[in-house]
Design a protein around this ligand. Structure first.
Ligand SMILES: Nc1ncnc2c1ncn2[C@@H]1O[C@H](COP(=O)(O)OP(=O)(O)O)[C@@H](O)[C@H]1O
Ligand SMILES: [Mg+2]
Length: 379
C-alpha cells in the first residue's frame, strides 16, 4: 500500500487540492512574469489562457507585477480593481505568497471576487441611512404636528382678539375725533391725533397679516415634513420646488449670507421626481453651500434652466471650496469634514440617480463650489 511519503502521490494530491481549492489560485513566475499554473476556479474566471493585462487598469497592473516580482514573504491582503466582462468595475481581494523549492521561485496569487459583497454592503449602508432619515422624519412629523397645532391655536386666538380690538378702536376713534374737535390736536403715545385714525388701523392690519404669515409658514413646514413619507413620483415644475424650499429655509439662509441670488429659468419642461425627495436634495445642497461660507458677504446663487432637453438646477457658493484630494470621497456615506452625518451628498446622489438624473460638482479651494444636477424631461 502506498503512503503519503510517496512523493508522486503527494504531488498529485496537492495539485488536486489546489484545483479544488474554493478560491482562485494562479502561480506566476516572478522572473518572466508568465503564468505557470491556474486552478479550476481561476480558469473559470480568466479563461484557460489569459492575458492578465486586459483585466486590469494599466497602472494597477504594473503595480501588481512589481508586487509579484518583489514578493519574498507572504504579503498582507490587498485589493485591486478589474474590468468585468460587462464593462463595469469589479474588486478583487488578493494575497501573494512566495514558494521556493530547489532554487526555483514561484509566486502564488490567490484572490476572491468581492464586488458583490462590497455592493451588498454599500446597499445595506444605503438602506440603513435611508431608514435613519425616514425615522427622523417620523419623529419630526410628530413634533411639528403638535407644535404647529399649538401655534395655530395661538394665531387664531391672537387674530380673534385683534378683530375685537379693531372693533373697539372703530368706536374709540369717534370719541377721539369729537375730543379733537372741541380741544384741538393732541398727542397720543407719540402719535398726533389727526393722524391716529390712519396709523392705528395700519398697525393692527400688519399684526393680522403677521399672524397669517406665521400660519402659512407653519402650513408649508408641516407639508414639507408630511411629504417625507410619501414616495409618489409625479411630473413637477422644478422652480416650484426650489421656491418652496427657499420659503422654508429663508430665515436660515439670511443668517449665513446677505447675497442670496435666485434666477429661475422660464417655462422649463416638467421633470418626473418624488417631490419630497427632491426637496431633500435641495435642502442638503443648500445646507452645504451655507455651511461653506466664511462670512455673510459671500454669495449663494441658485439657477435653473435647460441644457439641450435636460433641466438643470445649479447651487453655487463662494465658500471655502473642497480640496482636490478630498473630491474622490465626498460622495461616500459618512464622509464629513464637519463632524456631521456625512450623508448629505451620498443620499442626494442616490436620489438623483433614482430619477435618472446626474450630479456634478466643481470646486476650487477658497473660491467656491458649484453643484449642478441635470434631469431628463419627464413624460
Ligand atoms: N458646498 C460645499 N463647499 C465646501 N465643501 C463641501 C460642500 N459640499 C460638500 N462639501 C464637503 O463634502 C463633505 C460631505 O458633504 P455631505 O455629504 O453633505 O456631509 P456633511 O455636510 O454632513 O459633512 C462635507 O463635509 C464637506 O467637506
Ligand atoms: Mg451636508
Amino acid at each position: 500500500m502506498k503512503t503519503f511519503q510517496d512523493e508522486i502521490l503527494l504531488t498529485e494530491i496537492f495539485s488536486r487540492f489546489v484545483d479544488l481549492y474554493p478560491e482562485h489560485v494562479v502561480f506566476v513566475d516572478p522572473e518572466t512574469l508568465s503564468i505557470v499554473y491556474l486552478n479550476e476556479k481561476a480558469k473559470e474566471f480568466f479563461g484557460d489562457n489569459p492575458d492578465l493585462s486586459v483585466f486590469f487598469q494599466q497602472e494597477e497592473y504594473v503595480n501588481l507585477l512589481s508586487l509579484i516580482q518583489n514578493c519574498h514573504k507572504a504579503e498582507e491582503k490587498r485589493v485591486i480593481t478589474f474590468k468585468r466582462f460587462d464593462g463595469k468595475k469589479g474588486i478583487l481581494l488578493f494575497n501573494l505568497y512566495p514558494l521556493v523549492n530547489n532554487g526555483y521561485r514561484v509566486v502564488v496569487f490567490i484572490f476572491s471576487d468581492i464586488t458583490e459583497k462590497i455592493k451588498n454592503k454599500e446597499e445595506k449602508r444605503r438602506r440603513n441611512a435611508q431608514l435613519i432619515i425616514q425615522d427622523k422624519f417620523k419623529s419630526l412629523d410628530l413634533v411639528t404636528s403638535s407644535i404647529s397645532h399649538e401655534i395655530d391655536n395661538i394665531c387664531n386666538f391672537m387674530a380673534n382678539n385683534l378683530r375685537i380690538v379693531l372693533q373697539v378702536w372703530n368706536d374709540v376713534i369717534k370719541l377721539i375725533k369729537e375730543y379733537e374737535k372741541e380741544s384741538g390736536e393732541f398727542v397720543l403715545g407719540g402719535i398726533i391725533s389727526s393722524e391716529i385714525d390712519k396709523v392705528i388701523p395700519r398697525l393692527m392690519m400688519s399684526l393680522i397679516e403677521g399672524i397669517h404669515r406665521i400660519s402659512d409658514k407653519i402650513y408649508d413646514f408641516k407639508k414639507y415634513i408630511k411629504e417625507g413619507f410619501i414616495s409618489q413620483v409625479s411630473l413637477v415644475d422644478i422652480n416650484e420646488i426650489v421656491k418652496r424650499v427657499i420659503n422654508v429655509l429663508n430665515y436660515h439662509i439670511s443668517m449665513y449670507t446677505d447675497k442670496f441670488n435666485v434666477q429661475l429659468g422660464e417655462s422649463l419642461p416638467k421633470i418626473r421626481v418624488n417631490v419630497q425627495k427632491l426637496e431633500q436634495v435641495i435642502v442638503n445642497l443648500l445646507t452645504n453651500a451655507m455651511q461653506s461660507l466664511p462670512d455673510k458677504k459671500r454669495a449663494i446663487h441658485i439657477f435653473t434652466g435647460t441644457e439641450g432637453d435636460r433641466v438643470y438646477l445649479e447651487i453655487r457658493d463662494e465658500g471655502i471650496g473642497i480640496p482636490k484630494k478630498l473630491m474622490p470621497h465626498i460622495f461616500e456615506p459618512f464622509f464629513s469634514t464637519k463632524g456631521s452625518s456625512g450623508l448629505g451628498l451620498y443620499l442626494s446622489k442616490s436620489i438623483i440617480e433614482e430619477f435618472d438624473g446626474e450630479i456634478t460638482i466643481n470646486s476650487e479651494e477658497n473660491k467656491g463650489t458649484s453643484v449642478k444636477i441635470h434631469f431628463p424631461p419627464g413624460h
